[in-house]
Ligand binder design. Structure first.
Ligand code: ZN
Length: 80
């Protein structure tokens, strides 16, 4: 793996630390504001610093809602 990291310039330890932080986050919270929104822009979780695109936030909210949660807990400005 060290050879791969050295060749690619990718810091695997940093990526693993980021994934661990994101998994440990009890509940993401994204303050996306009132818009306008652009595809591809990433928003940051206020708790763990995870960065997600709107589509990924939508998936996360759909799962949270399916589990009985209120989407506004995740994103106060979420419509839909
Ligand atoms: Zn989070």
């Amino acid at each position: 793996m060290e050879g791969f990291a050295a060749r690619s310039g990718i810091d695997l330890a940093e990526i693993q630390a980021r994934v661990a932080r994101e998994r440990a986050c009890p509940k993401h919270r994204f303050e996306i504001g009132a818009g306008p929104y652009a595809m591809g822009v990433k928003y940051q979780c206020a708790h763990c610093g995870a960065q997600k695109r709107l589509m990924d936030i939508g998936d996360y909210i759909a799962g949270y809602r399916a589990a009985g949660g209120d989407p506004n807990d995740i994103c106060p400005d979420w419509k839909g």
